[in-house]
Design a protein around this ligand. Structure first.
Ligand code: FPP
Ligand code: MG
Length: 261
């Protein structure tokens, strides 16, 4: 557990008071677990474990701040290229965390729905089984939504939507001329209807969005916030600073809507 100085708590309050517009949906690229591990002289797997602790805290902060949808980039299709030792540790960690979701009283108290996006066919069957159990245990909830991207790739997401649309065209249930942006959106992620992303946050000083949610984020002109801390060191003030970027954008839009005298 990270300790918080009184100054940090005060700064959190100041930031919070500056925010008028709260994003409905934020997407987080959790980056820098291994660099954090290296800097702290710990194993990569421990860096990932500390990253997972941060994820839990971020979920608490997000619901406290009124963010209803959060999508976490946990594992990309490119991440399969990592060595088997790291992959095994990561898959074990995911399994542990999703098993914990099923039992977590906060999940049931706050009615949080957990959903997986990504190419399920690429995941180890035992992990997939646990993920599906977590989805099933929260299927009826709709106060908050936590989407976890595993074996995810943005272009792959669009390819799968295209295939699903074509199947309907072939079956004669969808006319090609009736296909519009909303049709595509409705076919993303097995028809989950995840709302557009308002804000993308990326940690670890990487200034790119890595093809994360190209339709829902880039396609909807989401705000973007890049920051330096490695994911395990991400704090509430970083989240609030990101939210301030979204707030500033919304205020600018509001000002532009006011007609000139
Ligand atoms: C990014 O840092 C982290 C990952 C690719 C691993 C997965 C994320 C977590 C363990 C956070 C917890 C998520 C859940 C759903 C429990 P990196 O490995 O790319 O580190 P680097 O950028 O320093 O190399
Ligand atoms: Mg990385």
């Amino acid at each position: 557990m990270k300790t918080r100085t009184w100054l940090e708590a005060l700064y959190e309050r100041v930031l919070k008071n500056q925010i008028r517009y709260v994003p409905q949906h934020i997407a987080v690229i959790q980056d820098g677990n291994r660099r954090y591990a290296k800097n702290h002289g710990i194993q990569k797997a421990d860096g990932h474990r500390r990253g997972a602790d941060t994820t839990e805290m971020v979920l608490d902060w997000a619901s406290e701040l009124g963010i209803r949808h959060i999508t976490l980039y946990a594992f990309s299709t490119e991440n399969f290229r990592r060595d088997t030792g790291e992959l095994d540790a990561l898959f074990r960690l995911f399994k542990l965390k999703f098993r914990a979701v099923i039992e977590d009283p906060r999940v049931h108290r706050d009615k949080i729905r957990v959903q997986i996006i990504g190419d399920r066919s690429l995941l180890p069957p035992d992990l997939l089984e646990t993920l599906q159990a977590a989805e099933a245990a929260t299927r009826e909830y709709s106060n908050y939504f936590v989407n976890v991207a595993l074996a995810y790739g943005g272009r792959n997401e669009i390819v799968h939507a295209a295939r699903s649309i074509l199947r309907e065209v072939k079956a004669g249930t969808l006319a090609p001329d009736a296909i519009d942006a909303d049709t595509v959106e409705g076919h993303l992620n097995r028809g989950m209807r995840i709302p557009p992303v308002d804000l993308i946050v990326r940690t670890g000083s990487e200034y790119r969005t890595s093809n994360f949610l190209p339709w829902l984020a880039n396609g909807h002109e989401s705000a973007v916030y890049f920051c330096a801390p490695f994911w395990p060191a991400f704090r509430k003030i970083d989240l609030l600073r990101a939210m301030r970027v979204y707030d500033q954008r919304m205020r600018m839009k509001e000002r532009r809507r006011i007609p000139a005298e």
